[in-house]
Design a protein around this ligand. Structure first.
Ligand code: G4F
Length: 335
């Protein structure tokens, strides 16, 4: 048996792609999940369906140091990928306290347990471009100052600094990925890309008449999640731990995403999209654009999937699920 990896957040988009990648590389893969996930496998373990029999799942709570400690003691991983978090930025405005508690404590508990029990374990922290927030530089690099605009962003800055501090203070092989937005057909429905692509499919299937969205002018650097987990793995294969921006180097507005997704299905978004002021955030991150030169030169990583291909794949997948494939993909041109 090869190396042993522990993934927190294994049931999510990134966790499921990472589990598949590590299994293909011969790792023994362990995942931390909430107890409710084990009680409702049909829904909560859906993204793991291709690998469910080949991963070892452990019920654990990242809100309890005792639980995290027992988990690390049981698995004694060679590599630990900490992906679990309250990751929906919008929700962090509704419940700042639980976002900060869960995200900061979860990271701190895990780092501390790994330091004590598996000090040679290589550690990955899922940092985020939300840390740049009201960014002072375009594009953003590893040297761009952080100016988070939500408690989610603040919690990620704290996780980033904890990870760096465990590296510097205790000599741990602990690295931060600063991942820009990454999407796929496995994305949660609450995030704007999946909300749009599933909305297109529902409209085509006659299940919805319109789609409510918030700020269409926000700009994001959107890549494909399947490729971003490769960057996580590469970081832990380096002789020295470090921090890396992972991005495509292209930015597009939410409006461009909507336009392309509807065009892909032969529809004009202006006939279906309504703007709801309630979906605007109290503080917005207006423009994210990553410069991943360091990841390119040091890890040999680059994004392969372009914006058009990503949008098309997501629309097609959602349409397939609702049985409306015939109408999709003929043309990206507006009718
Ligand atoms: O899809 P989003 O909710 O993603 P956001 O906030 O950029 O965060 C995602 O990417 C981060 C990496 O930068 C991760 F750290 C984080 O965990 C998450 O994965 O929103 C994208 C943009 C925002 O500007 C938002 O205001 O879309 C805008 N938007 C407009 N209408 C909407 C909507 N977002 C959502 N979720 N729903 C809307 O109806």
């Amino acid at each position: 048996m090869g190396q042993r990896a522990l993934i927190t957040g294994i049931t999510g988009q990134d966790g499921s792609y990472l589990a598949e990648l590590l299994l293909a590389k011969g790792y023994e893969v362990h995942g931390a999940v909430r107890r409710v996930a084990l009680e409702d496998p049909e829904h909560r373990l859906l993204r793991l369906s291709a690998v469910r029999d080949r991963v070892v799942l452990h019920a654990a709570s990242l809100e309890s140091f005792a639980s995290v400690y027992q988990l690390v003691a049981k698995v004694l991983p060679d590599e630990c990928y900490h992906l679990a978090a309250q990751s929906f930025v919008s929700y962090s405005f509704d419940d700042e306290f639980s976002t900060l508690n869960t995200n900061i404590n979860g990271t701190h508990f895990l780092l501390s347990a790994v330091k004590d029990l598996a000090p040679k374990c290589r550690f990955y922290f899922a940092g985020s471009s939300e840390m740049f927030g009201k960014a002072e530089q375009i594009p953003q690099t590893e040297k761009t100052p952080f100016h988070p605009r939500s408690s989610y962003g603040i919690s990620k800055v704290c996780g980033f600094e904890l990870t760096r501090n465990y590296r510097e203070a205790y000599g741990m092989h602990a690295s931060n990925g600063i991942l820009f937005n990454h999407e796929s057909p496995r994305r949660g429905f609450e995030f704007v890309t999946r909300k749009i692509t599933s909305g297109v499919a529902r409209i085509l299937a006659g299940k919805s008449k319109e789609l409510s969205l918030g700020n269409l002018d926000a700009q994001r650097d959107w890549g494909h999640a399947r490729e971003y987990v490769q960057a996580m793995w590469l970081m832990l294969q380096q002789p020295q731990p470090d921090d890396y921006v992972v991005a495509t180097g292209e930015t597009h507005s939410v409006r461009e995403f909507v336009d392309l997704a509807f065009s892909c299905a032969g529809l004009d978004y202006r006939d279906y999209v309504v703007t709801d002021p309630n979906l605007f955030r109290p503080a917005e991150v207006n423009l994210l654009l990553g410069d991943c030169t360091k990841a390119q030169t040091q890890l040999g990583w680059t994004a392969g999937t372009g914006f058009d291909a990503l949008v098309r794949e997501m629309v097609e997948a959602d349409c397939r699920t609702l049985g409306v494939t015939g109408q999709v993909g003929a043309s990206f041109a507006r009718p």
